[in-house]
Design a protein around this ligand. Structure first.
Ligand code: UD1
Ligand code: UDP
Length: 369
């Protein structure tokens, strides 16, 4: 059986790592990477391939940055030729992770080829159609042969949207699986020394979502809130995604994006995490660090019930309100429960090896002992 992971962005390299390493333990299973090139700077791509030991991509599409439609179209166009070359067969599987343009293009191309398509992180919803990610994930869920959700509420969403039961499963969280594998080695990171910060004495901040970065008012409010926090004596550290206009954050501790181990170390040692990232939001909980999510909505809403996280809209709150909520959150300690489970890569591969979801169905029926 051949597995083809289509990946293009920083989180997808991380999300796919569990499948890549699990595949090595199966005779007769080979895992191949197709890198779309949506992310291409070394610090957004190569560093993850090296650190997570993903090998080299079997195929690189090198699409780069474009408008949403051009980027999706370019990937789709190039994948057609790659799939034809690979002579895909019905027992091959294409795997896509999450909700990026690389995911949607991969799903569209896969839907028209003989191989099966499996979507990990299926069923997550913001119900905000202005987000490109919402369009990508909903379309992908409805195109795929197997929609594997990280939690039962996401599986229920898929059922309610009319996906047949035999195409839906709960397989756990890809980010949690990577976190469990890499959080321990990551503490050897020297990022604290390099950045001259002490563990538990700083606030970690990441901002990258289009709805924040492309809206000047939201960005201004976020930057003002961070300045207020800094003015009150809080040390900030802010690895910034390349899409963000750094002029807004002048005077704040902006650094270039960091590698995954450094990021995990920064998360574990933070007294508070402020983010609009879905991956960082989950890692904050896995690290049991309080987290303020600077968004109007989160797909990972179960985390809001743990008491560790607060959703704060930069649209509906002033800078001072945002700063006050963040400061209040620092001492917050919530529940200590397992909200999601980690993706088990071996389970996934066994499900795919049986083909059309029969194994999945049997697991759900409790008859697969
Ligand atoms: C994409 C995903 C988003 C995901 C994020 C992870 C879509 C629609 N969005 O957003 O869901 O959370 O990745 O980080 O797929 N850039 C560089 N160097 C790079 C990559 C990007 O400078 O290596 C800059 C370019 O100016 C580019 C901009 O970042 O135009 C946006 O990149 P893009 O991949 O289009 O979207 P992301 O914001 O990264
Ligand atoms: N990440 C990283 N370095 C950084 C910022 C993020 O390694 O400078 C990792 C982070 O630990 C998480 C993933 O990238 O695993 C999240 O990616 P991102 O925030 O870009 O996207 P999202 O998860 O929102 O799709």
């Amino acid at each position: 059986m051949r597995l083809f992971s289509i990946v293009g962005t920083r989180p997808e390299f991380i999300q796919s790592s569990t499948v890549h390493h699990a595949a090595k333990d199966f005779d007769g299973v080979s895992h191949h990477y197709i890198h779309t090139g949506q992310h291409y700077d070394d610090e957004m791509s190569l560093t993850f391939w090296e650190q997570l030991d993903l090998g080299m991509p079997d195929c690189e599409l090198n699409v780069g940055s474009h408008s949403q439609n051009v980027q999706t179209g370019l990937i789709l166009n190039k994948l057609g030729a790659v799939f034809a070359d690979a002579q895909l067969a019905p027992d091959d599987w294409i795997i896509v992770y999450g909700d990026t343009n690389s995911v949607l293009a991969g799903a569209l191309a896969a839907a028209k080829c003989p191989a099966g398509l499996v979507h990990l992180e299926a069923g997550m919803r913001s119900y905000d159609w202005k987000m490109p990610e919402e369009v990508n994930r909903v379309a992908t869920d409805h195109l795929c042969d197997l929609a594997l959700a990280p939690c039962s509420s996401a599986a229920s969403t898929l059922l309610a949207e009319g996906l047949p039961e035999h195409r839906i499963g709960v397989i756990g969280d890809t980010i949690q699986a990577a976190y469990e594998r890499y959080a321990a080695p990551a503490v050897a990171s020297t990022i604290w020394i390099k950045q001259k910060i002490s563990p538990y004495d700083y606030i970690l901040v990441t901002i990258h979502r289009q709805e924040n970065t492309d809206d000047q008012e939201r960005l201004r409010r976020i930057a003002s809130a961070l300045r207020i926090l800094q003015g009150r004596g809080h040390k900030l550290i802010m690895p910034l995604h390349p899409r963000v206009n750094r002029d807004f954050f002048e005077g704040l501790s902006v650094i270039d994006p960091v590698n995954y181990f450094d990021m995990l170390a920064l998360e574990v040692g933070a007294k508070l995490i402020i983010t609009d990232s879905g991956g960082v939001q989950r890692e904050a909980y896995y690290s049991r660090v309080p987290c303020v999510i600077l968004r109007d909505v989160t797909e990972w809403r179960e985390l809001l019930n743990t008491g560790w996280q607060e959703l704060v809209s930069p649209l509906h709150n002033t800078a001072i309100e945002i700063a006050n909520i963040c400061e209040g959150g620092i001492e917050t300690k919530g529940d200590d429960v397992d909200v999601y489970e980690a993706l088990d890569g071996a389970d996934l591969i066994r499900i795919l090896a049986l083909g059309d979801g029969k194994w999945l169905h049997n697991i759900q029926e409790g008859s697969m002992e």
